[in-house]
Design a protein around this ligand. Sequence first.
Ligand code: HEM
Length: 511
Amino acid sequence: MGFIGLCGIFIVMLCLLILSFSWWIFPIQKHKKLKRNGFGGPTPSFPLGNIKEMGKKNISIQSLVASTNLTHDIHSNVFPYFSTWQKSHGKVFVYWLGTEPFLYIAEAEFLKKMSTEVMAKRWGKPSVFRNDRDPMFGSGLVMVEGNDWVRHRRIVAPAFNPLNLKVMANMMVESTNEMIDRWSSQINFGNHEIDVEREIITIAGEIIAKTSFGVEDENAREVFHKLRALQMTLFNTNRYVGVPFGKYFNVKKNLEAKKLGKEIDKLLMSIVEARKNSPKKNSQKDLLGLLLQENNEVGKSIKTFTTREIVDECKTFFFGGHETTALAITWTLLLLATHEDWQNQLREEIKEVVGNNELDITMLAGLKKMKLVMNEVLRLYPPAPNVQRQAREDIQVDNLKVPNGTNMWIDVVAMHHDPELWGKDVNEFKPERFIDDVNGGCNHKMGYLPFGFGGRMCVGRNLTFMEYKIVLTLLLSKFSFKVSPSYIHSPSIMLSLRPIHGLPLLVQPLN
Ligand code: HEM
């Protein structure tokens, strides 16, 4: 065998050695370390970790939940594997996605102790998701860490100040009224059944595209359609996160996502550049306009956003903001359709606050019962069903040490349905639990986390509150809602918490 042949064998051996270290030996070491540090959990297998068990249970729940019996006790249906593992390993344990360990947390006190140890800028976001999420978020606020996160948050947060959001109310009213007109003509043709989930997600997408970068522009319209297509493509590709070579299991979809991602970036780049050079740039008060304005102002004290970073923030608004808000409204319509008393109470409140006047943003604060309902819906059906973090240093929690690099999966659905935190009526729809108590009577302040926690809490909350109130006010003033017999109650995880078979409601115009 010649010298070249020997070199070839040496390189292959070296590659095998590196691979077996990173996929086998290091993960086993991590596993042992976590065990030594006091964390239990289900036994993983190589190379899938616990993914197989998670997949298996997922298939069996489809049939289990396909019943018309409407229960709000959803945790064991939504996350059956976590619910089973909780019984043997408690509310804090380690499970594995491929060769990546995740610390599962459903214990509010543990979370509190851990988060008092870590400042917002020292939190990481799991690197293992970075590759998949890159076409969606790039280096937008959701993904950045450290001083970069501080800089991004400082430029982005002022755009969501309620005063700045005021001008976006008209865009929301306009889109909702268009949807109402569509529904009315469908009802006139005798078809009262409407898939409310699909409709609301569509207008929420339109609203976020308008509020982010205006959609009069033909390019912006195209961005919107491509962003939706990207989301659908990515949903099918991230099943094997953490598994060695996992990204090659879906090569076609991954390439499609990359291609769409590039096209979106190109279109958004051209929109941002055109806006920067536009004489009207200071009068356009959408999120892009506000970002550019803020970017100019902070320019004197901190490093400003590049065009690329602005593009990533616009994508982040779209992916972080439209489906979550739409699902909050969708689940609310389901709960109001099954609780006619609350539906009527909200309608009464709207009459008192808005009367026969045009809906004005200053009226929204008066819709107090609607806020109670929103809080309760976000508790029972949190659109963001988990919060993810990664330790960027060792974290000591009592006698347990969470090692640097540990991924964390905080199970929001579990905590929102935990009778130890909320009491025996935890699975009942009771908006009144939030009267005079922002924590809804939860006995731990870290037990209610619809928007996350600490300094990294959702930056878009105010936009959601406004959109939620505007859309519901307009809908409840025009229609009454009942659940259609064809509805199947099946809350499931598709990144967010969604009714997997949609939400068909019977919609009746009010006299
Ligand atoms: C019902 C609606 C919404 C829900 C349930 C929701 C939920 C969340 C959650 C759970 C987080 C993670 C927080 C953490 O890690 O502690 C988050 C972060 C974030 N959300 Fe939202 N969100 C909603 C609406 C929006 C909207 C409308 C936007 C923007 C248009 C938005 C933009 C963001 C951004 C940029 C972050 C990252 C913040 C950071 O890391 O500093 N969200 N959201």
